[in-house]
Design a protein around this ligand. Sequence first.
Ligand SMILES: NC(=O)c1ccc[n+]([C@@H]2O[C@H](COP(=O)([O-])OP(=O)(O)OC[C@H]3O[C@@H](n4cnc5c(N)ncnc54)[C@H](OP(=O)(O)O)[C@@H]3O)[C@@H](O)[C@H]2O)c1
Length: 282
Amino acid sequence: MIIRDGTLAARISRSRLAGALMSPRGGVGVEELRGAVEGRTVLITGASYGLGAATARMLADAGATVLMTARTAAALAEVAGGRGHCYPADLSDPAAVGELAARVLAEHGPPDVVVSNAGKSIRRTLAASRFHDFQRTMAVNYLGPVRLLLDLLPAMRARGSGHLVNVSTIGVQVPPGPRWAAYQASKSAFDVFFRSAALEAAADGITATSVYMGLIRTRMSAPTASLANAPGQSADEAAGVLARAIARRPAKISPWWADLAELGAAVSRRPWEAAVRWRPRR
Ligand SMILES: NC(=O)c1ccc[n+]([C@@H]2O[C@H](COP(=O)([O-])OP(=O)(O)OC[C@H]3O[C@@H](n4cnc5c(N)ncnc54)[C@H](OP(=O)(O)O)[C@@H]3O)[C@@H](O)[C@H]2O)c1
């Protein structure tokens, strides 16, 4: 349902209170975050825009040595503002990811925290989709971050410490929606990889947090008109959720209702699918 702009319902839905209610909880104090990251190295993928950029700024303010990667070198440099280390790279290119990991390890050693944040979203009907849409979402949302972790983990394991954060989406907790096949499947693939990897990494002293984000108002969500008035968070508010992931290291952070939706999905698959099938096929 699209809530029309300007209506009272739209104003309530867009309010910070509604956003806070529907989004994962963030918020750790400045000193707590500083205690967790000061003098530590944090590698953030997708740090040129949106959530990654907000997180990079927040962590630099807290005294972390921030290692930032994304494709757009100029945007990375602007976000860094002289405080971060920029590693322009295309996550969908396995050779480039290999070089990125090698440079990071050579120049800084194994990172203390790795935030897998870079992402590519596509919302498109199957009728309008090309195979390429599935290849590039899998390349950026799954294979790229898998390759990066495979290359970084041996050194982190050898050191016996570290923390991994996956910026996932509530889209992997709720049942699949029409038009989200490419995005939801690729985010689900990395979610499963990450949770499995976390079980193994724990034996080597490495912790991991899966963060299931709700709507974040960034250039990723901006083109989706139906989300314009949905409750969500700003990039800075969502960065506060990642601050909690980094400072407290829980296994999982998600909105309170997403766990209920996941539970409900297990028993309500048929009614859900019947409800969304009414949509016109075009
Ligand atoms: N926005 C939402 O509503 C929402 C909701 C749930 C979860 N999330 C997740 O939150 C994360 C951040 O999204 P966002 O909203 O901040 O989106 P965004 O503003 O579009 O930022 C995405 C970041 O990923 C980088 N990226 C994209 N393709 C890349 C590639 N091939 N190689 C390297 N970096 C690449 C982009 O940098 P370059 O273009 O410079 O490469 C950019 O820094 C994503 O994982 C997304 O799935 C977002």
